[in-house]
Ligand binder design. Structure first.
Ligand code: URA
Length: 233
């Protein structure tokens, strides 16, 4: 059981005193009935709505974000806009991004408050396949394509693990890697004297970016997608 005002504050609707005043206005409903007492006790089964929008009342949240370019993959930052600042009317407390995309990279980012799952997904032990849509500056020779696929020295202890490249046209391709070194794809292409000019993650394991999400938009994962995530590890 939890107090209604605490639940709304945790959902990022406002500060504790702001949500109390919202509740008193009668615009918060519990199971379709307006409730005006801030200390009203709610349970996991109750359906809470604020201004007609249902708020998810659950322990763990899982979202798919289509990360736009220009925001950093962090929870908070003094100077830069972060991926979490894109979440509106959503409980952001304890949410964190699973893994990191560069500031100029777009695409699939999982955001959750499920710490144990997040840590598992990031563990190098599992080698989860991540596929990127990549635009490059120069044509890629077959020889360089093989070098990138077989493993290349980007200055780490080991060569990169085997990768898969699927060409789309001369300057665009899909690349699948199973690790996530800092700036990995950009560094790999630099090593073959090329340059990544656009990068977007399109899938992680068998979870694909919902292409109906515009950059900056997010949605909760479906139950099927959540079990898909849990089966990665
Ligand atoms: N590789 C990169 O170079 N950048 C990313 O954001 C992801 C993979």
């Amino acid at each position: 059981m939890k107090r209604l005002d605490k639940f709304l504050a945790d959902m990022n609707i406002g500060t504790r005193s702001q949500v109390k005043s919202e509740i008193r206005k009668g615009i918060v409903t519990v199971n379709n009935r307006p409730v005006t007492q801030p200390d009203y006790k709610i349970s996991e089964e109750d359906v809470i709505a604020y201004k007609g929008n249902i708020l998810q009342n659950q322990t763990y949240f899982y979202y798919m974000l289509n990360k736009p370019a220009g925001v950093i993959t962090a929870t908070r930052d003094q100077n830069e806009k972060t991926v979490l600042s894109l979440f509106q009317n959503t409980a952001t407390k304890n949410l964190f991004p699973v893994g990191r995309l560069d500031k100029d990279t777009e695409g699939l980012l999982i955001i959750t408050n499920d710490g144990p799952l997040g840590h598992k997904l990031l563990s190098p032990k599992y080698h989860i396949a991540k596929t990127y849509y990549v635009k490059i500056r120069d044509r890629l020779s077959d020889e360089d394509c093989n070098r990138l696929e077989n493993g290349i020295d980007i200055g780490e202890k080991n060569l990169t693990r085997p990768a898969k490249i699927k060409r789309i046209d001369e300057f665009t391709l899909y690349m699948t890697i199973t690790e996530g070194k800092y700036h990995q794809i950009k560094r790999m292409f630099e090593k073959v004297s090329n340059q990544v000019v656009y990068l977007k993650r399109v899938s992680m394991g068998n979870l694909s970016l919902d292409e109906s999400l515009k950059p900056g938009e997010y949605r909760p994962l479906t139950a099927q997608e959540i079990s898909c995530l849990k089966n990665f590890t």
